[in-house]
Design a protein around this ligand. Structure first.
Ligand SMILES: [Zn+2]
Ligand SMILES: [Zn+2]
Length: 105
């Protein structure tokens, strides 16, 4: 009987803890979603501007995958052959390596 009582008490305490933490967890989840949405702005826009030479680099053009070597017309940050994703592109103007996701440092 004692074990059952302890189990029920623990279940009630945990439920209460989650209920109290819910607003905070929801806020944290929403802030993470907003940060992810903002960091994907260059992907939605389709171009990334080089901070050094101000060249507008198209994210969709013919490119060779650095991992499997496939050449295809499509996204610079995703290879449909080997499913590799890349977080950087090379500027066509000056050769600088550019971060695609704004939030990633
Ligand atoms: Zn590939
Ligand atoms: Zn550049």
């Amino acid at each position: 009987m004692n074990k059952i009582t302890a189990y029920i008490a623990r279940a009630i305490a945990e439920s209460l803890l989650y209920a109290l933490a819910a607003p905070w967890l929801l806020l944290r989840w929403w802030l993470a979603r907003r940060a992810a949405w903002r960091s994907l702005a260059p992907v939605r826009r389709g171009t990334i501007t080089c901070p050094a030479c101000e060249t507008e680099n198209e994210l969709a053009r013919i490119a060779k995958c650095q991992v499997c070597g496939a050449t295809e017309a499509g996204s610079l940050v995703y290879c449909s052959f080997c499913r590799t994703t890349s977080s950087t592109v090379t500027c066509t103007g000056c050769g600088s390596t550019l971060r695609v996701l704004d939030g990633k440092r």
